[in-house]
Every structure is written in structure tokens, then in C-alpha cells.
Write a protein that binds this ligand. Sequence first.
Ligand SMILES: Nc1ncnc2c1ncn2[C@@H]1O[C@H](COP(=O)(O)OP(=O)(O)OP(=O)(O)O)[C@@H](O)[C@H]1O
Ligand SMILES: [Mg+2]
Length: 335
Amino acid sequence: MQIDKEYVDQIDASLNPQLGMSKPISILASNNKNYFLKRQYVIDQNGVSHNENAVFMQELFVSQIANSLQIPIPSCAILNLEKEFLEANEDLRFQYHLKPGLYFGSEILNNTESNLVPHYIEAMQHGKPQIIRSWNSFFRNVENPEAYASIIALDLLTANCDRFGNEGNIIITNHHNNRKVFALDFGHCFLSPYWNKDKVRFMQSIPDKDQDPNNYIDYFLCKLLQSTNKPLNPLGTIFSGMQNNIFFESGNPFAKIISKIESLKSEDLRMFINQIPSVWVSGDTLQLDTYVNFIEKSKYLVRYLLERLYELGAFNNSLGGKLEWPISGINYGIQ
Ligand SMILES: Nc1ncnc2c1ncn2[C@@H]1O[C@H](COP(=O)(O)OP(=O)(O)OP(=O)(O)O)[C@@H](O)[C@H]1O
Ligand SMILES: [Mg+2]
């Protein structure tokens, strides 16, 4: 995957999104492309500032995994915000609390339908069930519906509890009525945007291929349910919208993505992790090794997580019984 390394040339706040805790800032980079500049220091609803010290590395690591699995995501870049630029733009530095350094940039997708989202959220907060149905139709009629199964599998692979209930982390672009779904925002994968003791404990406790996966599955599903906390849609409105568009008549819709995930190569994961600027890594080689080792093990657990979700009734279009997998040996290949 091509990762552009560019400079921030201009800040153009007019394109800033309404959603997102970190309030990404739209910028023009030295390659003449527009990006949302993500931020590591996030101020929550109570005005408390958090240093999300793993957010950039997780974005870049998982973006490369997603790309290698052919899951649609925006292009990304490592953006250098220079001291001189900030000195020349004191007002912006102040307004956005920006410091010089390297930032994660997500290339801005045009013609997104996300402007519908705040309206849906507001209506859902008033508990109108027909709006939940509207969400489901929002996800219908896209040119790449197979992405839903892939995105769900990716989120299970990377322990991402920040999509199924977060209305801002999936977007649909619309070019001349061709609607296409994209996944974005991998900053909260691996249960949190932080590198700390809890994270190390969680990531290192993932079972090996020959160990019983049930404790991990129970723990992770419990985290997923906690992160949404919505009685009508226990796994979240976004999960609900995606799963409503996953069908089982022509075989297991997860078979292809699981085959690709299980074929992820150790040397490719190493290559992805080596792309990460060292200033984004607070935990040295232990941190890098922990991420690679986690995916190496997690890739064999995704099918069990899906089987459990299927048994629990998470997929409305299920045909009952168990989720069947094709006999191994079919290699769909990855780029
Ligand atoms: N590449 C992109 N193209 C178009 N819109 C984008 C892109 N990246 C982000 N957005 C918009 O900006 C919003 C916030 O971006 P993002 O989710 O990456 O930030 P965040 O602050 O980490 O969010 P969160 O609150 O989920 O942690 C998204 O919901 C989406 O509407
Ligand atoms: Mg987000």
C-alpha cells in the first residue's frame, strides 16, 4: 500500500466534519490532496483532555491490513505539520491546539452521504423505530455489499468496538447514484486508543491456535455489548444496518474474507508495522511485536467469533443451524 509522506500546506476548516471525538481538521497537503488530519490529544464531553498514544499507529497498521484484504478504506498519509507552518499561522495553532510533528491523515472522500447521519442520530435518540429501519435502508443498494461481511470480520480481527455502535465510522459515497461503502477510523482498535498495561494484558492473553478460544470470545463479546449499550440493537445500529444486508442463501458470506484473513502472512504484518514512524510508538519493540503477534493469533479466532454471533441470532437473514465453512484449501489469495 502506498503511504504518502507529505507536508501540511494549508488548513481549511470549512470542510471539518461535525462528527468525531478527535475533531479531525481538513488540510491541503503538499501532494495537492485533501486529508482529514487526525489528532492524538482528544478533549471529551467533560472537557478532559486524553492523550490517545496508540491512535496513529493503530490507524496506520490496520489501514494496511484492511487494504491487503481489499476492504474499501480511504487512502492515508503521514503528514508533517512543521514548526514554521504553525509559527506563520499562530491563530490556527491556538484555535486547534496544534503542535508540530507527524500526524495521521485520511484522504477526504468526496460526495459522502454522511450529512444524513446527524439527522438519523437525532431521530434515533428520540427512540423512533422507523428511523432504525431507515438506517437499514441507508445501507442497502450499494455497489459493494460484500464489504459488510468483510468490515465485520476486520473489526473482529482487530478487536474494534468502535464501529458497530458509532454512526460516524462507516461512510457511503455517492457518485451519480453509484453508492459505495467505506470503513474508516481504526484508532480505537485493540479495545482502546491507548498503549498501556491493560492493553498489553489483553493483547498478550489472546489464545494460541491450539488453545480453547472460549474465554477470549466471551470477554470480547462482552466488551462489544458494553460499548453499544442499546437495548433495541445490542451490537449497535451500524452492525444492525450491515448485517441486514448480509445473505446466506448462496453459502457462507464470510467464507471468502475468512480465507483471506487466515492467509495473512507474518512477513506482511511485519512490513506493515515497520511503516510506522517511531514517534508514534511509545512502547518500543515490545509494542510492535505485541501487535504482530496479536493478529497472528486473532486471525484464527474470527471464524469462531462469527459462529458465536450467528448462534446468538446476530444475523437476521440466517438460515438457522450452524455457520458452515467450505473445506479448507480454497485459496482466494491476497494482494
Ligand atoms: N477520509 C474521509 N473522508 C470523508 N469523511 C471522513 C474521512 N475521515 C473522516 N471523515 C468524517 O469525519 C468524521 C470523524 O472522523 P473519524 O471517525 O476518523 O474521527 P474520530 O475523531 O476518531 O472519531 P471518533 O469519535 O469515532 O473517535 C467521520 O465520522 C466522517 O464523517
Ligand atoms: Mg470516528
